[in-house]
Design a protein. Structure first.
Length: 454
């Protein structure tokens, strides 16, 4: 199940809270409004009946009713009765048949069929005659008007929730955008191994933001700057030390060669000199690897691309490596398509193949075989180096490309520095290719590389 992002979680949380608050406010308002609507209806009824008193007069021994008395204002019906409840003038709601006793000055609530009414009677003394002005207004109509408002609110509530959700999402997205920027910067640094990148959360006018996330980004940038300086010093130190060591090691090798040419040394002394020579060559190879990787890190190592017959080149490399493999009774078998050409740096390619084959020889099974293939596939030039040796445990596979990493230094007598595969990976990637490794402990290891067409 896919994990829900923090952005979505915050949006759902804030939206739910807002919907709850809005719903609660609506419920309170509707409760109050319902009472207010009914109270307002009663007030309108009373006012209309009281105002109608001026529309009824006694002149020349008879009642005179103004024409306004017949008007239905504020949904209030007016009717004039004598004290025996005989209808004299006015209007009554159609279908209203309920007989109600007079209650002077009081609002009564009556039900006529499915409808409810407010009835308000006001006694009016006209000389020797007593009449009643009765007002009627529909409670049902008032409540239905209020129900329409409720229905509209029920429709608007989901729309409001949707709008709130959209606004909260946009606000959360904007708030968390710096976090996304920081994450993307970290991913780019990991992918490109480029510590010169910075998050750089700045406002348009150049001033730094002052919220908590901006402070985090600023601290992160400062940390990156410190790390970059540390690594630059480390790279420079590696380069300087390698340069300084190269000369004395070259002198040691030259002196070893000179001593071995001397006839005055006995067999035991010559063996001791050869041990020194072997170790000096190992150190020289390590220095060569360090210098190469140091130049690569500093961007000073340039590719010299040329059209190369890779098939012939691999055959030549295999012949040279077979001499070393013979010492462990290992046979190198090849499956190489003829006349495969590619544009690459020949020196770096030779170094890459030397490292892969020397690794296969060192870790291969004594008396076993190494298979070397070269083909042209859909992605470009594809090659493999496969041995039937001790293999690599799964937990170590992701680390073998790291510098100075060795699964078990004791297995090779310390002859491998742990820089070879790091250099191999760099050579492949600088050509725009990729390299993968598959291994089963006790069965062997296969390296597969692809150089794209140029």
């Amino acid at each position: 199940m896919k994990k829900v992002s923090l952005k979505v979680k915050l949006t759902l949380l804030y939206t739910a809270c807002m919907v709850f608050v809005i719903g609660f406010i609506f419920a309170v308002l509707f409760s109050i409004s319902n009472r207010e609507v009914l109270a307002s209806t009663q007030m309108k009824l009373k006012n209309r009946v009281q105002e109608s008193m001026d529309e009824v007069e006694w002149e020349d021994g008879q009642l005179e009713v103004d024409s306004d008395f017949y008007q239905i204002e504020d949904n209030v019906y007016l009717a004039l009765y004598d004290e025996d409840a005989y209808f004299l003038y006015g209007k009554r709601p159609s279908g209203f048949t309920e007989q109600i006793d007079f209650s002077n000055g009081e609002v009564q609530k009556v039900k006529d069929g499915k409808r409810e009414w407010y009835v308000y009677d006001l006694k009016l003394q006209m000389k020797e005659n007593t009449v009643y002005i009765r007002g009627l207004t529909s409670v049902t109509d008032a409540e239905e008007s209020f129900l329409i408002t409720i229905r509209i609110a029920v429709i608007l509530l989901p729309l409001t929730a949707l709008m709130v959700g959209i606004l909260v999402y946009r606000m959360t997205r904007r708030t968390l955008f710096p976090v996304k920027t920081i994450t993307e910067t970290v991913q780019e640094i990991r992918h490109d191994a480029d510590l010169s990148r910075r998050v750089g959360l700045y406002k348009e006018d150049g001033r730094k933001n002052r919220d908590e996330i901006a402070y985090l980004a600023q601290t992160f940038d400062e940390m990156l700057e410190e790390l970059e300086k540390v690594f630059q010093r480390e790279k420079q130190f590696t380069s300087d030390v390698s340069h300084e060591l190269r000369t004395p090691v070259s002198v040691i090798l030259a002196q070893c060669e000179s001593c071995l040419e001397e006839e005055s040394f006995n067999e035991k002394q010559r063996e001791q000199i050869m041990v020194i020579q072997k170790k000096a060559r190992t150190i020289a190879e390590l220095i060569s690897h360090l210098l190469m990787l140091s130049r690569a890190d500093q961007g000073r190592l340039k590719l010299h691309l040329e059209e190369v017959n890779v098939s012939e080149l691999v055959e030549m490399i295999v012949e040279e490596q077979q001499i070393l493999a013979t010492e462990r009774d290992i046979t190198i078998q090849t499956k190489i398509e003829p006349e495969l050409y590619a544009k690459l740096d020949e020196t770096l390619y030779i170094r890459m193949m030397d490292n892969l084959l020397s690794n296969a020889t060192a870790y291969g099974k004594e008396g076993g075989t190494i298979e070397v293939t070269l083909t042209r596939g859909a992605e470009g030039l594809c090659g493999t180096v496969k041995d039937d040796g001790i293999g690599i445990a799964k937990e170590h596979l992701s680390h073998i490309w790291e510098r100075f990493y060795r699964v078990d230094a004791a297995r090779t007598g310390g002859n491998h520095s742990g820089l070879g595969l790091a250099m191999v990976k760099w050579i492949v990637e600088v050509h725009g290719g990729n390299i993968q490794v598959e291994s089963v402990p006790g069965e062997g290891t296969t390296f597969t590389y692809v150089f794209p067409e140029r």
